[in-house]
Design a protein around this ligand. Structure first.
Ligand SMILES: [Zn+2]
Length: 284
């Protein structure tokens, strides 16, 4: 079989223009779907409009605002990349939104411990990474730059967190044991999400860890005797990529609304979720 790429090599401007063109080709069919972004933005605004601090009596509100902002940014990126003709990349981004959803479940079940546990496990992993880097740079006699100063800043932050954890009457060791380095499989099993783990999460992880799930998206063998490896935008599941990202975001918004105790917002999220399901039925 002949392997060809029958176009010239492109520069960045050409790739970028092809992506913009692909995006606008989806403008009409995705109009109603993209309308949901504004509704999601309105929900995010309601979630973040409250006193927010990890030192506050409700650290869960602060952590939820962080997690929802991150979910939203990931969703917007997934939508844009999918509609721009790189739809197979969207699950890499949506998987992180999904993982954030697990934290939101944990926070719903155990608001203060899980939210402080989230912050603690993050800062401990950063410190571990920086300490290893520092040790390696010292032994290789490399430039240390701002690393020692930055490491100290993170250590001070951990100390502040430890104080807050103590003030809530919680044990540091318990939080480390319960919320440090979580395995998505164990979390899903405990939360009764085995089916979601074995289907949705496995599907997205297959993209993240490159299992060849999407070879056919960019491998064009439609012409007899010719095999093309396509680098430019392709149209294969672009709308599905958007639906998955929005669906995962809305599930997180629903969890966030439950954490902050706004039942009308939770209801609104469910209603948007139902509308997304209707789009799915149209697609399939
Ligand atoms: Zn497309």
């Amino acid at each position: 079989m002949k392997q060809i790429d029958n176009k010239e090599c492109w520069n960045w401007n050409e790739f970028s223009a092809a992506m913009d063109e692909h995006l606008s080709s989806h403008k009409h069919e995705s109009k109603d779907l993209l309308q949901l972004v504004q509704e999601c933005d309105e929900i995010v605004s309601r979630i973040v409009e409250r006193p927010l601090s990890f030192a506050h009596e409700r650290p869960q509100d602060f952590v939820t605002a962080l997690l929802i902002t991150r979910s939203f940014r990931l969703c917007i990126s997934a939508i844009k990349i999918s509609l721009s003709g790189y739809p197979e990349i969207a699950p890499n981004l949506t998987r992180t939104i999904w993982e954030i959803g697990l934290w939101l479940f944990l926070i719903q079940n155990d608001p203060i411990s899980a939210s402080l546990g989230f912050l603690l496990s993050g800062v401990e992993q950063e410190i571990e990474m920086m300490e290893y880097d520092l040790q390696e740079r010292c032994s290789e006699k490399e430039c240390l730059g701002n690393l020692p100063k930055n490491l100290q800043t993170w250590k001070d932050y951990r100390e502040t967190l430890e104080d807050i954890i103590g003030k809530h009457g919680l044990s540091l060791e318990d939080l480390q044991k319960k919320y440090g380095r979580l395995s998505p499989w164990k979390v899903c099993k405990n939360l009764g999400l085995v089916r979601a783990y074995k289907i949705s999460y496995a599907f997205m992880s297959g993209h993240v860890h490159e299992r060849g799930f999407v070879n056919e998206v960019f491998l064009d063998e439609s012409q007899a005797g010719v095999r093309k490896f396509v680098l430019s935008p392709v149209c294969s599941g672009c709308i599905e990529g958007v639906l998955d990202a929005l669906n995962t975001l809305i599930a997180n918004l629903c969890g966030a609304a439950a954490i902050i105790g706004e039942s009308d917002l939770e209801e609104k999220c469910r209603e948007i979720g139902d509308r997304i399901s209707k789009f799915w039925f149209k697609t399939w």
